[in-house]
Design a protein. Structure first.
Length: 64
């Protein structure tokens, strides 16, 4: 499963955890993706969209 928004292309970011002993381990920040049903020309379809795109109104959910 890829953590990429199908609308804006937002994906995972990579960084480091730093402990008090200054040890370094790699960590990832994942976007908040939701599987929602939208209406397309081919009928209803499920896509993965980040919550910022849903809140901004870039996609419209299908009710029912």
């Amino acid at each position: 499963m890829s953590y990429i928004c199908e609308v804006c292309g937002k994906g995972s970011l990579k960084g480091h955890n730093r402990s008090h002993a200054n040890n370094l381990t790699i960590r990832r920040w994942k976007p908040n993706l939701q599987r929602i049903k939208i209406s397309t020309s081919n009928g209803p379809q499920r896509i993965r969209v980040c919550t910022s795109c849903i809140q901004a109104g870039k996609v419209v959910k299908v009710t029912s």
